[in-house]
Design a binder for this molecule. Sequence first.
Ligand code: ADP
Length: 490
Amino acid sequence: MNILVVAAEVAPFAKVGGLADMTGALPRAWWADGHEVAIMLPLYGSIDRELYGIVRTEHVVSVPVGYWTEYAEVWHGKLPGTEVPIYFLRSAEYFDRKGIYGYHEGFEDNDRRYLFFSRAALETAKVLGFQPDVVHAHDYHAAPCMPMLATQYRHDPFFARTAGVFTIHNMAFQGMYDPVRAMEFGGFPPSEFYPSSWFEHHGSFNAMKAGIMFADKVTTVSPTYSQEIRWTSEGMGLQGALQHRASDLLGVLNGIDDTIWNPRVDEHIAVPYDATTLQKKRINKLALLRELNLPCEGASADLPVIGMVTRMTQQKGIPIMTRPVWEVLQQGRARLVILGSGVREYEDYFRRAQDQFPDLVRFVTGYNEPLSHRIQAGSDLYLMPSQFEPCGLTQMYAMAYGTVPIVRAVGGLADTVVHYERTSGTGSGVRFHDYDESAVAAALDYGLGLYNDEPHWSTLRTNAMQQDNSISVAARRYVEVFSWAQERLP
Ligand code: ADP
């Protein structure tokens, strides 16, 4: 199958969150299964062209925008470790700047940037002669590909047999734009924007809604989240659109690229290990403590380490964890190693915790891929008390590294973490349900109680490591969805 992936993030080139991991991992798995894949990504100013061998091609693609034409230079690279081509679309005006989306509010011209990118991706496929069986568009940035394909490009014989599949990674970000600008930049007739039209939501142009309505199939990144967004406020106002597409909406659980997230081959960690050599995980723990300048001699080596690698937003449940974690630290029952950045108030909390408990807490701000691997390898427990979680990858990484996840059972966390039962010795982590502090406190208590309590601790960690969350399962499921999408074509 010829698969055209259109996304605003692809690891390792441009990553903000799990979206990038998935758009990097899926093509690798499809390629291994013999599919033809081409990826389209903006050439952001932050992408290191030299490091990744990204070179300019002879193509400069004309991109109709509104009533005029703009241009995108096409640059070329390969997904590391594969022959999968990735095309970087360069527009100095839109992408030669610092950052991907613009912190925190987003760049003012994100409407124009991503409408341009969506159209440029389709135009580039044609110029390159890459005739897709499916356009796989991710999140609101690439969502405009769906209405463009359905209402404009499918009239072109080149795209006549091309299906559109839209994958939602997070309903919280929808691409709500000024309708006058967005309809024009997208090349959509202004008359198509009216109350309750497929482009409209609460008076704004809504890229996510258009993606949902015009796609042949809509997927989201876990089965539980696919239900939550239809039936609860997790649909973030688009429940109606999702109900409308209910028969074409399904959850495909994300997976792990085990060429990257695998303690047996991970080049970022101190010592490789697997389920049969789990005792070596301790060496990684000590290396992490040393790296972060935390005490690691004598009894302190045995104090459990709770890890977190996260965007610091309300979504990630920071508000309900602050008090119970503080209590655990005060009692000297665990240490906390946290990497991430985001909302100032949350960052301040972790700074205060580090000041208050200098031997127990390390807070590292900014984005640090190698350290994120070492935290997974060096922690004993991994905390993820999310308010909502479309899928979540870091709990899966934790399990692969024999680090016990403590999660709130929502979205993909509910689909991937099975609660450990002492009576049966089954389960891969600790789950709690209520979105409140006492639920976090009880879960921390249960998790810390299991720590080094044999035979439970070994059984639990081995169960976690043996759980198969491989990306190849997800990749094959997507191919099935792509063929269902094609069946919908006239
Ligand atoms: P989300 O996509 O909602 O941010 P996920 O758990 O699906 O959450 O994916 C987050 C990804 O981003 C993981 O690969 C995680 O390791 C990575 N990540 C988050 N924050 C950082 C950071 N500060 N440094 C390095 N990696 C990070």
